[in-house]
Write a protein that binds this ligand. Structure first.
Ligand SMILES: NC(=O)c1ccc[n+]([C@@H]2O[C@H](COP(=O)([O-])OP(=O)(O)OC[C@H]3O[C@@H](n4cnc5c(N)ncnc54)[C@H](O)[C@@H]3O)[C@@H](O)[C@H]2O)c1
Ligand SMILES: O=C(O)[C@H]1O[C@H](OP(=O)(O)OP(=O)(O)OC[C@H]2O[C@@H](n3ccc(=O)[nH]c3=O)[C@H](O)[C@@H]2O)[C@H](O)[C@@H](O)[C@@H]1O
Length: 314
């Protein structure tokens, strides 16, 4: 099986590549423009005969021969996707169109990593896949959440019009080793802050909730979805729900009990609550997350300490 992973030098993509490379029958090709990813994340595979790394921007057409496409390319952290919103929407729309064109030409199955942000600031809780969402079409997050909504539409139009085999995962907040240390997402921020003895910055009101999935669980869910018979969309995430204040307290308890927790201004359109209903993933994929937040945080701490060069006190 020859498998293309777009965005494979990023956080989730590189863990997916590790898992796919474990199977000796797989050849893996990573395509990435290194906007938020890095060669370091896949350095262990460079030079391996079953691995290839290509610097390429998915907004440009790509001509290769593959059997499966995991299409992850897109900046995921709000600070990066808002940095160049026009580029973000091009990546979601033109990038997905190009990958669907490739899938159509070579007859490959394609999986899109969509997002819980398609539910916007949800009025239904927890969110199941039948909910159409509450999304601001003209806000600062729209390049990402509306971009992913169009990407989902394109996937289904190619499926209906051209018979392309599609899979759509709606990913909820995922964390783990290899996240960019300063990428602004809440778990990476809090862990880096706790290690550096800096205050944990809870954005107001602090009662907003998220559900955090450890990356190995996420990769397992994505592969099951790709290998199964269901197009999705299917929510993949951990239903354990925490307020940002609870998350800060948990990081404090687990990593640095001396650290302070402060509140800071939030950004516009921040969703107030988010928790996946994973009934479909359980029933159709036989999948549910295994790693609890209190188990995943120390694994991420170890990776961050190594990269920051800051050892644990005592
Ligand atoms: N991590 C999460 O919590 C989360 C949640 C929901 C959805 N997702 C989705 O999962 C995917 C991976 O997210 P991640 O957390 O690993 O993010 P990431 O930013 O670490 O990885 C994205 C990768 O895509 C690459 N990329 C960006 N634009 C590109 C382009 N135009 N052409 C080629 N490569 C490009 C980046 O360089 C990076 O390597 C994204 O599609 C994201 O929307 C992630
Ligand atoms: O799961 C998803 O679908 C989406 O989740 C995240 O988006 P978001 O939940 O906004 O991620 P964070 O930036 O980590 O913010 C989470 C919460 O933490 C808060 N926050 C963030 C950073 C910080 O230092 N402190 C803090 O309290 C934010 O206000 C927000 O309420 C991802 O970054 C998106 O790529 C992804 O698609």
């Amino acid at each position: 099986m020859r498998i293309l992973v777009t965005g494979g030098a990023g956080f989730i993509g590189s863990h997916l590549v590790d898992k796919l490379m474990e199977n000796e029958k797989n050849e893996v090709i990573v395509v990435d423009n290194y906007f938020t990813g890095s060669k370091d994340n896949v350095s262990q595979w460079i030079g391996h005969p079953r691995f290839e790394l290509i610097r390429h921007d998915v907004t440009e057409p790509l001509l290769i021969e593959v059997d499966q496409i995991y299409h992850l390319a897109c900046p995921a952290s709000p600070i990066f996707y808002k940095y160049n919103p026009v580029k973000t929407i091009k990546t979601n729309v033109i990038g997905t169109l190009n990958m669907l064109g490739l899938a159509k030409r070579v007859g490959a199955r394609i999986l899109l990593t969509s997002t819980s942000e398609v539910y916007g600031d949800p009025l239904v809780h927890p969110q199941d896949e039948s909910y159409w969402g509450n999304v601001n079409p003209i806000g600062v997050r729209s390049c990402y959440d509306e971009g992913k909504r169009v990407a989902e539409t394109l996937m289904f139009d190619y499926h209906r019009q051209h018979g392309i085999e599609i899979r759509i995962a709606r990913i909820f907040n995922t964390y783990g080793p290899r996240m960019n240390i300063d990428d602004g997402r809440v778990v990476s921020n809090f862990i880096a802050q706790a290690i550096r003895d800096e205050p944990l910055t809870v954005q107001l009101p602090g009662t907003q909730t998220r559900s955090f999935c450890y990356v190995s669980d996420m990769v397992d869910g994505l592969i099951r979805l790709m290998e199964g018979d269901n197009t999705g969309p299917i929510n993949i995430g951990n239903p354990g729900e925490f307020t940002m204040l609870e998350l800060a307290e948990t990081v404090k308890e687990t990593i640095n009990s001396d650290v302070k927790i402060v509140t800071v201004e939030n950004t516009p359109d921040d969703p107030r609550q988010r928790k996946p209903d994973i009934t479909k993933a359980k029933e159709l994929l036989g999948w549910e997350p295994k790693v609890k937040l209190r188990e995943g945080l120390p694994l991420m701490e170890e990776d961050f300490r190594k990269r920051l060069g800051i050892l644990r006190k005592n």
